[in-house]
Ligand binder design. Structure first.
Ligand code: ADP
Length: 256
């Protein structure tokens, strides 16, 4: 994928009380290897947006294009990690990691070989025989990431993947996401309602508001890839700017 383009995208849901406009006139672009953070309060349409980009949901208006081709459904090289991670409880860590390859027709032995390589990257080799329910929260996250990496995704979509983790573990996982993206060179879109996480992970930060879900601003964050950015003045200024942008719509679920 060279470029993902969203053009005049709107989506409404039909409910018992009538139509709910979840997204209104969304326009933006994501380039190959770019990391985009989407920041906004609950109800801003962030999950709806990810499902549309994944091809699971058809927008009621507008279109998604990948390299100029209109997206008509899920595609092979897009991976989506949802909040519940979608791990199979009856499969071991190794089988969870390799199942996607087997579904694509790879032999079990070959799939296991490739899965072991990726499990090593995310430091899960020592638990390959365990089941998801035997893992810690951070390990489950790493397994979900491994599952996406193994499929050679060029676009990784993540819906609040780190929100269930405590602060220190979250920091480690953020570093892992930064490292893996550098190494595997995919584009990523990460939905978050943490201001700090958006500043840390987004080359570009899309700030959204609710009712209807719309983009307030798109802010570029060119310094974020630099070493020691986390503790830098630039990071501090970026979180300040994002907080100001969100002020008009500041809901109680916005935190730093
Ligand atoms: P976010 O992820 O930012 O919290 P969502 O995309 O989940 O936002 O929801 C955006 C709006 O669409 C909300 O008002 C929500 O209630 C509504 N919505 C989401 N999914 C559905 C659905 N399946 N049916 C009806 N309304 C929905």
């Amino acid at each position: 994928m060279q470029v993902l383009t969203l053009e005049q995208l709107s989506h409404s849901y039909q409910t018992q009380d009538g139509r709910v406009l979840a997204l209104k006139h969304i326009n933006f672009e994501v380039r190959a290897q770019e990391s985009v953070a989407i920041l906004g309060p609950s109800g801003a349409g962030k999950s709806t947006l990810l499902q549309i980009i994944d091809g699971l949901l058809k927008p009621t208006e507008g279109s998604v294009y990948i390299d100029g081709n209109k997206l008509e459904g899920p595609r092979e090289h897009t991976a989506l990690i949802l909040q519940d991670l979608g791990l199979f409880p009856w499969k071991t860590v190794l089988d969870n990691a390799s199942v996607g390859l087997e579904v694509r027709g790879m032999s079990k032995a070959q799939a296991h070989k490739k899965a072991r390589e990726v499990l090593k990257k995310v430091e899960l080799s020592h638990v390959e025989k365990l089941y998801p329910q035997e893992l810690s929260g951070g390990m489950k996250q790493r397994l979900a990431i491994a599952r996406a990496l193994i499929l050679d995704c060029d676009l990784l979509l993540m819906d609040e993947p780190l929100s269930a983790l405590d602060a220190l573990l979250r920091e480690r996982m953020q570093n892992l996401l930064i490292e893996m993206q550098k190494e595997y060179k995919y584009a990523q879109i990460i939905v978050t309602h943490s201001i700090e996480e958006a500043a840390l992970l987004g080359d570009k930060i899309i700030v959204m508001d609710e009712k209807p879900g719309q983009i307030i601003d798109i802010i570029s964050n060119p310094k974020r890839g630099e070493s020691s950015y986390r503790d830098s003045q630039e990071m501090y200024m970026m979180t300040k700017l994002l907080r100001e942008k969100l002020k008009s719509s500041l809901g109680e679920d916005i935190h730093e």
